[in-house]
Write a protein that binds this ligand. Structure first.
Ligand SMILES: [Cu+2]
Length: 122
């Protein structure tokens, strides 16, 4: 009785399948990103891939604006307790400015295993 729900379910299934496929193919690329993530140069950009935030923990300073870019092939979200990017399609970006020091945990609401933290120091 709910055709819309059927369509949504089918779309989510397709996204999940696409995410699995591209994740395997880009293994070589993500290894590189992991190796350089600790450098922290710039410190205000997070790359979203299928399915992880890179770097998972970002060090930032108060007043910094952090930009997330969806470099993956599936839609993802950047969801804090108090702020939500909504669905970010491939290529989309989201920004948040951190005015206060603290640990800001966030997740992707589409993929439960995707977690990240912005560690803001004053
Ligand atoms: Cu995701």
């Amino acid at each position: 009785m709910t055709p819309l729900k059927t369509v949504l379910t089918a779309s989510l299934t397709a996204l999940a399948l696409a995410a699995c496929g591209s994740g395997g193919e880009s293994a070589g690329d993500t290894a590189d990103a992991d190796g350089t993530a600790a450098a922290g140069a710039g410190g205000t950009s997070v790359s979203i891939v299928d399915n992880a935030f890179e770097p998972a923990t970002l060090e930032a300073s108060t007043g910094d604006t952090v930009t997330w870019t969806n470099d993956g092939g599936a839609a993802h979200t950047v969801t804090f307790d108090d702020e939500d990017s909504g669905n970010l399609e491939p290529g989309a970006t989201y920004e948040r400015t951190f005015e206060e020091a603290g640990e800001y945990d966030y997740v992707c609401t589409i993929h439960a295993a995707m977690e990240g933290t912005v560690s803001v120091s004053g």
